[in-house]
Write a protein that binds this ligand. Structure first.
Ligand code: ZN
Length: 136
């Protein structure tokens, strides 16, 4: 189900809690809501639709990838860039890392560990920050 986007920075500043198998509906709502906003947005975290669970989704080409309880294990090669956010107005400078290693559960709750680089790595860092209550 497509949900409205939360823009309340106090709510967005709170940490999300670990997701469980009972939160699959949140995963599906997040996928639906990202699909509806793909013109303006390449990734979303669950608190952006009002659910304080550690779930993110992002677009890679035409696929939408969900990650449940993502943890960034390693970050390499810092750089400064500018980002925007569907929950905020304007563009802000932020520090990201070129290469990251992420541990997460996929939508079947299988544990995965993968390395990401470049733009996809940047989206994941932005969305994992949302889970920690950090906005750009
Ligand atoms: Zn954002």
């Amino acid at each position: 189900m497509i949900k409205p986007i939360v823009k309340d920075v106090l709510f967005l500043g709170e940490k999300s809690e670990l997701a469980t198998k009972d939160d699959m509906c949140v995963v599906n709502d997040l996928i639906d809501t990202l699909k509806a906003n793909l013109d303006n947005c390449v990734g979303m975290a669950a608190n952006m639709i009002g659910m304080k669970k550690r779930i993110i989704v992002f677009a890679v080409g035409s696929a939408i990838v969900p990650m449940i309880n993502p943890v960034i294990l390693k970050k390499e090669k810092a750089y400064l860039t500018e980002e925007s956010c569907l929950s905020l107005t304007g563009v802000r400078e932020t520090r990201r890392y070129e290469t990251i290693q992420v541990e997460y559960y996929d939508k079947n709750f299988n544990k995965k560990k993968d390395e990401f680089t470049g733009f996809v790595a940047q989206i994941i860092q932005h969305e994992v920050d949302h889970c920690d209550g950090i906005i750009i």
